[in-house]
Design a protein around this ligand. Structure first.
Ligand code: FMN
Length: 329
């Protein structure tokens, strides 16, 4: 691996999704032989994400993008998560091993990286087949993550109520409102989110409250006299057995895999983050949906049409001399 190849890997990792598009990572190429994915705590959302859970999920997604990019270069990759006990900022170390050609399924995922984006517009139904749902469940299980499809009307009400209550609490919290306005822009920038999502037709609403990036918990209420068409997208919860930093990084890796997989399948997704921003909402969701373990991510999925709206920092690849941190296994 030379530095030009490492730059390609870091360029791919940067395309990963991140909470509010904070891109809370640093990449260090250690002696041209390993890539360190480090947390950038200056980019942590102090109000929304005090525990750093969503920062770790975001960095976990970057880890998986980097790993897949190395696989596309025909390298086997060893991934050590939190490899050095006294260096908690070092979230993962990726070390290329011998040569092994990429599988077609891996190349498809890498090809989807530049196309994948968070689509906040309207969706047509995904019509997921049993085989597709099984494939997704098995795919995320490879990272130690479970997938739970929210299907029944009662369970959808649980999710909608959890989202709505969480968002009302957030809108009443000045630190949340200040923080989201800091990361929300009128136009695309190198980080942060564009505050005006793709317009929905006046006669159509989602049955789930999507995050209002103005921080006011406002949602369209069509007033055409006719009842609006209610969109009911596929809903998927990703979760883990434990809720420690390693599990959160694993959730991020599984999320990256899943979002690329749905892109290959011609589908779009949008996280419904409010339901998982605070521990009370997460516990409520786990209890009311009767799932065992810790919900880490909630997504709506369907056939979207909207274009990408987010930019990237294009960060310089840091190169550090000396060997990679010692990892014992
Ligand atoms: C942990 C996490 C939480 C997120 N929460 C939300 C959310 O609540 N609502 C939303 O519309 N997008 C959410 N996103 C998507 C990010 O805003 C998005 O990934 C980022 O703006 C980059 O844009 P892109 O996905 O189009 O590349 C979340 C992403 C992550 C990784």
């Amino acid at each position: 691996m030379d530095i030009a190849q490492w730059r390609l890997v870091v360029g791919a990792a940067e395309l990963a999704p991140s909470v509010h598009n904070t891109q809370p990572w640093r990449f260090v190429v250690r002696g041209e032989e390993a890539l360190e994915v480090r947390a950038d705590w200056d980019r942590q959302l102090q109000s929304l994400d005090r525990s750093g859970r969503q920062l770790r999920i975001s960095c976990g997604a970057a880890v998986e993008y980097a790993r897949l990019s190395l696989r596309a270069m025909g390298r086997d990759v060893r991934v050590d998560v939190l490899p050095v006990e006294d260096d908690p900022d070092l979230l993962a170390l990726l070390t290329p091993a011998g040569e092994r050609g990429a599988e077609p399924s891996e190349l498809e995922l890498v090809d989807a990286m530049a196309r994948r984006h968070t689509d906040r517009g309207t969706y047509e139904p995904a019509d997921l087949s049993d085989a597709q749902m099984d494939e997704w469940r098995n795919g995320v299980a490879g990272f130690g993550v479970w997938a739970h499809f929210v299907v029944s009307a009662d369970d959808r009400v649980v999710v909608a109520a959890t989202l709505s209550d969480a968002e009302q609490r957030q809108a009443a919290d000045p630190s949340y409102v200040t923080e989201i306005s800091r990361w929300t822009h009128r136009q695309q920038r190198e980080d942060g989110v564009v505050g005006t999502p793709p317009a929905w037709p006046a006669d159509r609403v989602s049955d789930m409250p999507l995050r209002d990036f103005s921080g006011r918990a406002e949602h369209p209420h069509p007033d055409s006299g006719e009842p609006p068409i209610v969109e009911r997208d596929a809903l998927l919860v990703l979760g883990t057995e434990r809720d420690d930093p390693a599990a959160q990084i694993a959730a991020g890796r599984a999320l990256a895999w899943l979002l690329l997989r749905i892109t290959v399948d011609g589908l779009s997704g949008q996280p419904l983050g409010q339901a998982l921003d605070d521990i009370d909402s997460r516990l409520r969701l786990a209890h009311d949906l009767r799932v065992v373990g810790h919900p880490q991510f909630l997504l709506r999925i369907g056939r979207g049409h909207s274009a990408a709206q987010s930019g990237r920092r294009g960060i310089a690849t840091e190169v550090a001399a000396g060997p990679a941190p010692v990892v014992e296994s």
